[in-house]
Design a protein around this ligand. Structure first.
Ligand code: SF4
Length: 483
């Protein structure tokens, strides 16, 4: 039996694609191994959203080329966004690559590997499935876990000036609502209790089957309106076992009144939204072609806060975009403070091929980009620390997800369990009895705050109930580490 290993670079979308590859390869009779040294087929699922990720790929390919000298029969597959971006060029530019396969061609992996096995020269398959989009279900790894991801759409029509995604993932294509609901129901049958809907602009969703009942206040005359609110309502109504529903990543312009109302009315919808803003400066937002102003963004957040008191927000930010001045950065910092983001995924701008921003140059020195990013992180960390401290002494509803990666106390041996509140605060329960609560939402007292999370205790009654209950037995995800 052939053995394979997958290494994943980049975003959640890629992690989910790797799960699909696991499903496809296992379905074809291959078996997974942890290390590339034992593998007959090595898949690098790549990311091209930043230059650094591409550099990592190049060094990994160099390492594999050396390994291949002693093991010439080993097949090296490059998948993901760099595969889509470079296509056949990768075969010429990189020694030792046998197969280049784009994100829409994962289902073809076994057939392509078979061709190689029959002596075919290196192959490249990077064709978008525009006519009949395929959404492979990632069935291989979800069983036994409490949280899972479900894809609702792929591609992006936005064309932000810095972003390579529309080039590597193609135009927007949506999955039918029935298929999405059925996948979620199936996952809940296997013990999943929290779903995160995935899409590049997840809230631009439109049901290709046309079966979704309209959301009560959907405004057909609003160009930003979509059927996302209707999808959320359908999931909540048709999958009663689901305890939490999240989504990522929305585009701010599709945070419409119908979606805000859905947030107010759907009990299982998380009270947290990750809403990428990218900059707090209107000048930068315009150059980035984000299609909203700072005031638009703030107004939408205010309406969301009014509808869902206590909702928390996190965001994506880019520093050092071409032409960014100190004043632009200060506008970003003031927005972080004004909105009170409790999580910031900040990045230094890096020019990407095929993007409109290339012609703007790259005029902010690297050291200055790093310094600006450090200022953004320092501010967001202080906001998070203040928020977490304010929760000490309160009681919070926590969905217990499973064992923590490591014990809470350094060097400790006590099993720690981890979960999250609906507002996305991470909560550790440093008590082995919490094993019996995995998959449940429980109310626990918060006893202290850490840098990025909270610590809760089990009260005696809950502890006794937890000790009696058969554990949910979550399995550790066998996905490779994301680089
Ligand atoms: S919305 Fe903009 S940043 Fe997000 S994937 Fe689309 S083009 Fe890229």
């Amino acid at each position: 039996m052939l053995r394979y290993a997958i290494t994943t670079f980049g975003c959640q979308m890629n992690v989910h694609d790797s799960e699909r590859m696991h499903g496809v390869l296992r379905g074809a009779g291959l078996s997974p191994v942890e290390g590339v040294a034992e593998a007959d087929v090595v898949v690098l699922n790549t990311c091209s959203v930043r230059e650094k990720a591409e550099q990592k790929l190049r060094s990994e390919l160099g390492r594999l080329a050396k390994l291949k000298r002693d093991k010439p029969e080993m097949l090296v597959v490059v998948a993901g966004c760099v595969a889509q971006q470079e296509g056949e060029k990768l075969l010429k530019a990189s020694r030792g690559v046998d197969l280049v396969v784009g994100p829409d061609n994962i289902a073809e992996l076994p057939a392509l590997l078979e061709e190689l096995g029959h002596g075919s020269p290196p192959l490249s398959r990077t064709v978008f499935d525009l006519e009949a989009p395929r959404f492979l279900t990632a069935t291989s790894l979800a069983s036994g876990t409490v949280t899972s991801f479900v894809t609702t759409m792929k591609g992006c029509d936005e064309r932000c000036s810095f972003c390579i995604v529309p080039y590597t993932r193609g135009p927007e294509r949506y999955r039918s609502s029935d298929e999405i609901v059925a996948e979620i129901a199936g996952l809940c049958d296997r013990g999943v209790r929290e779903i995160t809907l995935l899409g590049q602009t997840v809230n631009s969703y439109k049901d290709p089957s046309g079966l979704l009942p309209r959301a009560p206040d959907a405004d057909a005359s609003d160009p930003d309106e979509s059927e996302f609110a209707a999808l959320l309502r359908a999931i909540a109504a048709r999958v009663p076992a689901l305890l939490r529903l999240r989504y990522t990543s929305p585009h701010p312009r599709h945070l419409t009144p119908s979606l805000i109302r859905a947030h107010a009315e759907i009990g299982i919808l998380a009270r947290h939204v990750h809403l990428p803003v990218q900059s707090g400066s209107d000048r930068m937002l315009k150059r980035m072609i984000r299609r909203y102003t700072r005031a638009d963004y703030v107004a939408r957040v205010a309406r969301l806060r009014e509808a869902v008191p206590g909702v928390t927000l996190s965001t994506d930010l880019i520093v050092g975009f071409p032409g960014e001045t100190e004043a632009d950065l200060e506008a970003t910092l003031s927005l972080v403070e004004e909105v009170g983001f409790l999580g910031v995924f900040g990045f230094k701008y890096s020019p990407r091929p095929h993007t409109p921003a290339l012609k703007l140059g790259d005029d902010v020195p690297e050291a200055e980009k790093s310094a600006r990013l450090a200022r953004v992180f320092a501010l967001s960390e202080s906001l998070l620390a203040r928020h977490l401290e304010s929760l000490v002494g309160t009681r919070q509803d926590v969905l217990v997800e499973g064992p923590a990666k490591r014990p809470l106390e350094a060097g400790g041996e006590r099993a720690t369990f981890t979960g999250r509140t609906a507002r996305n605060e991470i909560v550790h329960i440093d008590d082995p009895a919490a094993r019996g609560l995995v998959g449940e939402v429980v109310t626990v007292p918060i006893v202290r705050s850490l840098k990025h999370s909270l610590v809760a205790e089990l009260e005696p009654a809950l502890r006794a109930r937890a000790s009696e209950r058969a554990p949910h037995q979550p399995k550790a995800r066998s996905l490779p580490l994301v680089r």
